[in-house]
Design a protein around this ligand. Structure first.
Ligand SMILES: C[S@@+](CC[C@H](N)C(=O)[O-])C[C@H]1O[C@@H](n2cnc3c(N)ncnc32)[C@H](O)[C@@H]1O
Length: 246
């Protein structure tokens, strides 16, 4: 018997402010049968849901998927497989499902791993990825700073221990900095690079720190939702920002 599949949407909900969803994302959230919420632990709150919920009908069915943050590949593979099977269960019954994800679904999102599995099973017309505003776009907008202009390249990096070679790049976005912030700042300081740290953009607790120093972060655990923008003319920008405010 042929299956009449429901449609899977991977919906980017932007970085925090619920007004930063696209009209398409809102349309999808208002019409799907099920909203799937990825969580690192089921008992935790979901930032993506906090952002998306104002756009969803009260009666929409929610399913939570536990997708832990770990480097253990076996645990990850099982979680992605379980998550994909849960979604397939809904899609097989003809239900439409929106898998919500912070920022844009194509940038460091667990959606990509589930998508890999689901693409094996679903016809291509049953999958639609809805782009979202990335955290780095929100960061640049927040401080009125272009990420790159003209012919300049832009490098987006996760904060891993082998980033050293890239840190002289003129325009940098360092994501997932939280646990490695002092280490990243030390590497940047050694190279004379200036950075701005942006945390929880568009969310309660939003913070901007110009020129953060490694020493200031000895024992402080920095929020996971933080990134560093690094640019060669950053201080000029900072000064014109404060000039504007004065
Ligand atoms: C798993 S990645 C998700 C990126 C997301 N898909 C995007 O398009 O921006 C998580 C990282 O994105 C950055 N991030 C996401 N939301 C943020 C926010 N509201 N404020 C600052 N950084 C954020 C942080 O660097 C965080 O460690």
């Amino acid at each position: 018997m042929n299956t009449t599949w429901g449609k899977l949407y991977g919906v980017g909900v932007g970085p925090g402010d619920p007004r930063l969803l696209t009209l398409l994302a809102i349309d999808v959230l208002q019409t799907v049968d099920v909203v799937a919420i990825p969580k690192s632990k089921l008992e935790r709150e979901s930032v993506a849901w906090d952002i998306a919920k104002v756009h969803c009908p009260k009666e929409v069915r929610l399913i939570e998927l536990e997708l832990p943050m770990t480097s253990d590949q076996q645990i990850l593979a099982k979680a992605w497989q379980d998550g994909a099977q849960t979604l397939l269960g809904e899609l097989k019954q003809g239900k439409s499902v929106a898998f919500i994800t912070l920022g844009d679904p194509s940038l460091y999102s667990t959606y990509s791993y589930l998508l890999n599995i689901l693409q094996e099973e679903l016809p291509p017309e049953c999958i639609a990825t809805v782009p979202g505003i990335t955290a780095m776009a929100a960061a640049a907008a927040k401080i009125n700073l272009p990420l790159a202009t003209g012919d300049e390249p832009l490098l987006i990096l996760p904060s891993t221990d082998d980033v050293g070679d890239y840190l002289n790049f003129p325009n940098l976005v360092l994501m997932k900095v939280s646990r490695r912030l002092p280490e990243m700042l030390t590497l940047l300081e050694e190279r004379g690079r200036k950075a701005v740290l942006l945390t929880r953009l568009g969310q309660p607790g939003e913070a901007i720190r110009w020129e953060p120093k490694a020493l200031d972060f000895g024992s402080e655990k920095v929020d996971y939702l933080s990134l560093l923008l690094v640019k060669k003319d950053l201080l000029g920008r900072k000064n014109s920002e404060s000039d504007r405010r004065n």
